[in-house]
Each structure stands twice: as structure tokens, then as C-alpha cells.
Design a protein around this ligand. Structure first.
Ligand SMILES: [Zn+2]
Length: 547
């Protein structure tokens, strides 16, 4: 039986000088199918004049969906740049080919097996090199530089979200640019796109076409080089934009790196997930798990329990522990937001990383051009780029760490305070996807559950839940035994002084501990909205708080 293939053709005016008709593309692809022994199952074609506008391509989408099911063995196209217009599309295409075990064959660039790293790298490079496809090097360079000049300017079309345009001159749109800046900060902090989208839609912020935000639209809006004041041409940075920047280039690159990180994709599961399972440690050091138990009065509830059984190891109700951790984290996030450092001058370390990144991208671009011109074999391009890509990843990761470090620091005492459950900070945290909250906790803090102590009635004490905020760059992983011992000692010293939530910060080689009181012993300022949400755990009927 002959292997099966789809053909994909697309008309576009991509200014590469080759307005190749669909007819001709299809003829060439059919000849290729004949030569390689494929049976053509279907031809998909889109007429897509504004290639980079993000306009839907129904035929392309339909084809990618069918490729993912494994219906065909190959996709044939005239050139890979007919297939994908933007890197984000390429990534979806790579997934589909991997799932459907299909290879890609093109008339101009040969075979690509996107299941391999090298194949993926070649595909990415061909995208970058596509603009160099014209007759002579001189024309190519002149044309690219003309495009570059134009690219930074407003050339009409739908107004981009974040700016106003008056007589062709762009200026920042106050609310929209603030929304983009805030969304970037949240992405770097580990928030999900979903939580950001919900908030933007709730605030009544729409796209400039008046539509509600969706994943694709927001990802696209956050990945625009223009956000960092950069002009791009077909996905390549070609200079400065006439649009004023909304965020720094570092932030923008960090956001792109986070959004393109495959680890972000997650599968949906119906399994109940508890916030601190596998995150909070018993005071013995082990990570707790969840279990269901029946109380004396017959009610069922969930507990966090140390996997090491025996007396002394913790077992505490999920709802109580989660309340304490939510209280602490919301306060930490609010303090971070309130005391966010105003941007100071350029950081020399960041500038150095920037230089390195630019140099690496230059090398990548040159290799792509050489390969497109046939000066180096495609196979070699794959390995060259694999090396460059690894270096780039390291540089980008360092940039993201720098940004995170700049955003996170030990807050001053007056900035750490209880935050109402009615506050935007609380709403933001609670509305985040549970996976995102867990990711955030793993990255930002440690949680330790201490034994309840010598009290005869085993009542839940909020200060048995200790939250330790990591220093920037500290890395993930459990707290060591001696650190846990220190938390125990400190808590013993504070006992009997009301019911409080401990938050410890790791800062420049030092530790700072703050304690949020729930106002039982220290009445809150009268009429203060801020303290309203503080009764997370009902004081009435301590029996209800049995561990
Ligand atoms: Zn234990």
C-alpha cells in the first residue's frame, strides 16, 4: 500500500518576490508526491494575503487537526514558509506531526522529520531564513533593510492593543499599556494565562476589535517585540520601533521564553488536587500527602499527613492549613506589588546578557542564511542550532532570574500586613489554576507543618503552619532539618501571644520573620476594610478546628 500524504498550498504577498500561484505550488507538490511514492489524499489551500496578520486559515487548521490523528504519513508543501507564518504555529504543527507520526516534505527544502530535535531546529531556521529568498545577495540586503525601516512604523490596519495612534504617531494608551505590563509581570511570576484573561475580561478590557480575550490573542499580544520598543520583520528583530516601549526588552524576552516553554502545557485531570500535597513538609522533613478521614462526629474531611506514620508526625486538616498558606501568600504577593521597586538604570549584568543573546541570535541567523543558500548542509545546521539554542536558553534563563530577583525582595515590616479576602490580590490568587498555584508555591516558598505542642486538647494552631519565602535564585527543594528546627524554636518562643501566621523571608544571607495576627488579641483599627477577611478560621467553637 502506498504511503498517504496531504498537500498544503497558500497564497500570500510575503514580499519575498515569489508570489507563487497556488496552481504552481500544487503541481510541484504533486510531482514530489509522485517521485517519493505518496498517494495524495487531499489538497488543502488557503488564500492568505496578509500573511502575518494572524488571520484564521481554516484549511490549515483542518489539515493540522487531521495530521495529528495519524491519517497521513506526510505533509507536502512547496516551502516550509507556506505552512507556518509565526513561530507559535510552528510549535503546534510540530506537536501534530509528532502525534500523527507524519514527516514534512517540501519542494524547496527537502524532508524534515519534526519528531527529531534537529528537524525542529531546521524548521525554525527556515522560518527565519525565508526572507532571504531572492535573487542576489545585494537585493536581499537592500530589501531587508527597507523592510526594517518600515517595520518600526505604523503601516495601518487594526490598532495594536496598548497604544493610541494619532495621525500615524503612536503613543501609550494608559489603561491598555498598564494591562500589558501587568500581564507580563504576572507571566514572569508564574501566573497562568487563564487567570490573566479572566481578569482582563472581568475588567471589561477587550481586544481592539472589541472581542473578549482568549489564549491565542493574549499570547500574541504579549509576544510582540513592539512591547519592548523593538521593530520586527517576519519574526526577526530589525531595529527600534516607533512605538514607545511598554516593558523592558528583558521582560519581553523572559515572557516569550516562559510562554514558549513546553513544560507550561499541561493535561487536564479530574483527580482532586490539594494545594500543599507534595509541597508542605512534616517537621521530620518528609513531604505530606493527603488522606480522607472520618471525625468522631462522623463527618468526613481531608487531611495532610506525613507518610512516616507514628506519633509526632503531623496530620492536619487540609482546609485549615490551606487557609493559613493562602493568607500568607496573598500578603506576600500584595507586599511585593506594593513595594515593587521603580525601575532604576540599566543593570550591567542584564546588559551583558543582552549582548550575549544578541550575538547568539546573530550566529543563528547567519547559519540559517548559509543553509538556505546551500553553503552548509541542512544536517549541520541542525546541530549548530542545537548548540546555539542551548546557550540561548541559558542566557534567557539568567535574564528571567534577574528580572525575578529585581521584582522580589524582603518587604519592609509596614508592607507586610493582612490582606482582605475581598481584595484584588486575594481574588487573583484564589482564581489561579491549582496547578499554577502549586508551581508558584514550589518556586517561591517552603511550607513546614509543626507538631501542635504540649496542649492537652489537640486544637489547630495557625502558627504550626510556617511559610518560608525563598530568596531570589534560591532554587526549589525542601528545607533542611536545621532550618526546620529553627522554625520550631522560634514558634515556641512566640507561643501564647495570640493566634498568628508566620512568614519568614530569606534575604541576603539573613532571615526575617513577620507574624500576622488575626486581631483576636490585637483589635484591628475600627472600620478597617483591610481586616475584614481575617477571620479565615472561625474562632467560635474550637472543637471545629481539631487537627
Ligand atoms: Zn513526619
Amino acid at each position: 500500500m502506498r504511503s498517504k500524504a496531504f498537500i498544503y498550498c497558500r497564497i500570500s504577498d510575503d514580499k519575498t518576490g515569489e508570489k507563487l500561484g497556488v496552481q504552481r505550488q500544487e503541481e510541484d507538490c504533486r510531482a514530489l508526491a509522485e517521485e517519493k511514492g505518496y498517494e495524495v489524499v487531499r489538497v488543502f489551500q488557503d488564500n492568505d494575503i496578509s500573511a502575518y496578520s494572524g488571520k484564521a486559515r481554516p484549511e490549515y487548521s483542518a489539515m493540522v487537526a487531521r495530521v495529528a490523528t495519524g491519517e497521513v504519513d506526510a505533509v507536502l508543501c512547496w516551502h516550509p514558509d507556506r505552512l507556518h507564518r509565526r513561530p507559535v504555529e510552528l510549535e503546534a504543527y510540530i506537536d501534530a506531526c509528532r502525534d500523527g507520526k507524519a514527516i514534512t516534505l517540501s519542494v524547496k527544502a527537502g524532508e524534515m522529520d519534526l519528531a527529531t530535535d534537529a528537524g525542529q531546529m531546521i524548521a525554525r531556521m527556515l522560518g527565519a531564513a525565508a526572507r532571504y529568498e531572492s535573487d542576489t545577495k545585494a537585493t536581499r540586503i537592500r530589501r531587508a533593510s527597507e523592510q526594517a525601516t518600515r517595520a518600526g512604523k505604523w503601516t495601518g490596519g487594526t490598532r495594536p492593543f496598548g497604544w493610541t495612534i494619532t495621525d500615524g504617531t503612536p503613543a501609550l494608551h494608559p489603561e491598555e499599556s498598564a494591562a500589558i505590563a501587568s500581564a507580563c509581570a504576572r507571566v514572569l511570576r508564574g501566573d497562568s494565562l487563564g487567570s490573566i484573561i479572566r481578569e482582563m475580561n472581568d475588567q471589561g478590557l477587550t481586544t481592539t476589535r472589541g472581542k473578549p480575550w482568549g489564549y491565542a490573542q493574549l499570547a500574541q499580544a504579549l509576544e510582540r517585540p513592539r512591547n519592548a520598543g523593538l521593530a520586527s520583520y517576519h519574526g526577526e528583530i530589525v531595529g527600534e520601533s516607533t512605538f514607545p516601549a511598554i516593558v523592558s526588552e528583558n521582560v519581553w524576552r523572559g515572557v516569550c521564553a516562559v510562554l514558549r516553554d513546553p513544560a507550561r502545557r499541561r493535561s487536564q485531570s479530574n483527580k482532586a488536587v490539594h494545594l500543599l500535597a507534595g509541597i508542605a513538609q512534616c517537621h521530620c522533613g518528609a513531604y505530606v500527602r493527603t488522606a480522607g478521614v472520618t471525625a468522631r462526629d462522623g463527618t468526613r474531611h481531608k487531611i495532610y499527613r506525613c507518610p512516616v506514620r507514628g506519633s509526632g508526625h503531623v496530620s492536619k486538616r487540609v482546609a485549615f492549613v490551606d487557609d493559613v498558606v493562602n493568607t500568607a501568600i496573598i500578603a506576600v504577593r500584595a507586599a511585593e506589588a506594593a513595594t515593587k521597586k521603580a525601575p532604576t538604570g540599566p543593570d550591567p549584568e542584564a546588559e551583558q546578557l543582552q549582548v550575549e543573546a544578541t550575538a547568539l541570535r546573530k550566529r543563528q541567523e547567519e547559519a540559517g542564511v548559509q543553509a538556505a543558500l546551500g553553503q552548509i548542509p541542512m544536517q549541520m545546521l541542525g546541530s549548530i542550532n542545537a548548540v546555539i539554542e542551548r546557550e540561548l536558553e541559558a542566557v534567557t534563563a539568567a535574564m528571567v532570574r534577574l528580572e525575578e530577583a529585581a521584582a522580589r525582595h524582603v518587604p519592609a515590616e509596614e508592607d507586610i500586613r493582612p490582606v482582605s479576602m475581598n481584595s484584588p490580590e486575594a481574588a487573583e490568587w484564589i482564581s489561579m489554576h491549582i496547578d499554577d498555584r502549586k508551581d508558584y508555591l514550589r518556586r517561591v516558598c517552603n511550607v513546614v507543618l509543626l507538631p501542635h505542642g504540649k496542649s492537652s486538647t489537640k486544637v489547630f494552631d495557625r502558627d504550626t503552619v510556617q511559610v518560608v519565602v525563598k530568596a531570589p535564585g534560591e532554587g526549589q527543594g525542601p528545607l533542611e532539618e536545621r532550618q526546620i528546627q529553627r522554625l520550631r524554636t522560634r514558634r515556641e518562643n512566640f507561643r501564647g501571644v495570640g493566634d498568628g501566621v508566620f512568614i519568614t523571608f530569606h534575604g541576603d544571607g539573613e532571615e526575617f520573620t513577620y507574624r500576622l495576627d488575626d486581631g483576636v488579641n490585637q483589635p484591628p483599627p475600627s472600620g478597617s476594610e483591610l481586616f475584614q477577611g481575617l477571620t479565615f478560621v472561625a474562632r467560635s467553637g474550637d472543637a471545629g478546628r481539631r487537627e
